[in-house]
Design a protein around this ligand. Structure first.
Ligand SMILES: Nc1ncnc2c1ncn2[C@@H]1O[C@H](COP(=O)(O)OP(=O)(O)OP(=O)(O)O)[C@@H](O)[C@H]1O
Length: 306
């Protein structure tokens, strides 16, 4: 594996608060990694350490084999943070040129705009006059301006409509084919599910799940095949089928819980069960996330409260 980011036993303490607690991780070059977690989980603290903005209290952080504060590393990193702090007195093209000037081998503006969807007509406008969506595109443009190898995107699609989101993620995918690595945060989990190669889920300063979205879902969520049927004996027959772990009825539908939805469909057709309106449902990353981050409180009588 070609490693671009390495954290070894990293902790960050703010006063009494341990925001990050003994985190170790490696990130592979060319991957798209989603850093997820509920509010206060430690995501921003981790990213700030990777960007070299704050120092760990303990442990080591290396980006491209060096300290992230090293100038050579900084010149290979681009970041799109939540609020683009747009300088009022500058026009869009001036702002882009300013950021380009910090980097040794920046992209030209006409290479950048097709990548980020910023329109030529926006280049001459004052940055603070742009709409929310245009500001996100400008933020993305500034993150890519220096032609970085490692790109941080903090909630990059907030305020973008559905089409703009899709175009955005298609462009991100294109960047990884050029060997670039993407680290992003989002509270919009379907986006992580659809576009991340890997999800790292933080909670209370530690990593509580790490893997492909499919691996995390299959470990934590259930799949089902459901249908409508008037056959009153069917539920008992279904319970006896191999791979069916539960059968229940909800809103006029019979649900069979199974890891093998294809096998379940085959059984329905082979046995000619009198069913209609068949649906196959797989658990979503949201379900896994909720399951992992809902902290059950135990009261003093030993009962678990969610
Ligand atoms: N500069 C700071 N001083 C004191 N406490 C801090 C500081 N920065 C973060 N914290 C605390 O550390 C914990 C982790 O914060 P962090 O901002 O990393 O979480 P997050 O996962 O990014 O949350 P969010 O999704 O709300 O942005 C929180 O309890 C936060 O209050």
């Amino acid at each position: 594996m070609d490693t671009i980011v390495e954290m070894k036993h990293v902790s960050k303490q703010f006063g009494n608060k341990k925001a990050v607690d003994d985190v170790s991780l490696l990130i592979e070059k060319g991957s798209i990694v989603a850093i997820l977690g509920p509010n206060g989980a430690g995501k921003t603290t981790v990213i700030s350490m990777l960007l070299g903005l704050i120092k760990p209290t303990q442990g080591t952080v290396q980006v491209m084999g060096k300290d992230p504060r090293d100038i050579e590393v900084r010149q290979k990193i681009g970041a799109m943070l939540q609020e683009v702090s747009v300088m009022d007195a500058l026009k869009v093209h001036e702002l882009i040129d300013l950021i380009r000037s910090y980097y040794p081998r920046p992209l030209d503006i006409d290479q950048l705009t097709p990548l980020t969807g910023l329109q030529d007509k926006d280049l001459n406008r004052y940055a603070n006059k742009l709409s929310g969506g245009q500001k996100r595109r400008l933020g993305f443009t500034l993150a890519l301006a220096g032609n970085p190898d490692l790109i941080f995107l903090d909630e990059p699609t907030v305020g973008l409509d559905v089409t703009a989101r899709r175009v955005f993620w298609d462009q991100v995918r294109t960047l990884t084919t050029q060997g670039k690595t993407i680290l992003f945060t989002t509270h919009y989990l379907p986006e992580a599910e659809d576009y991340a190669d890997r999800v790292i889920l933080f909670d209370q300063g530690v990593i509580i799940a790490d893997g492909t979205p499919d691996a995390i879902k299959s470990k934590l969520t259930l799949s089902s095949v459901s249908f409508k049927s008037e056959d009153s004996d069917l539920r008992d027959i279904l319970r006896k089928l191999p791979n069916v772990s539960d059968v229940y009825e909800k809103d006029g539908r019979i649900y069979t819980v199974t890891e093998d939805t294809d096998g379940m469909l085959a059984s329905i057709f082979e046995n000619k069960f009198a069913v209609r309106d068949i649906r196959v449902e797989h658990g979503r990353l949201d379900d896994a996330f909720e399951q992992l981050t809902t902290h059950a409180e135990i009261d003093n009588k030993g009962a678990v409260k969610s």
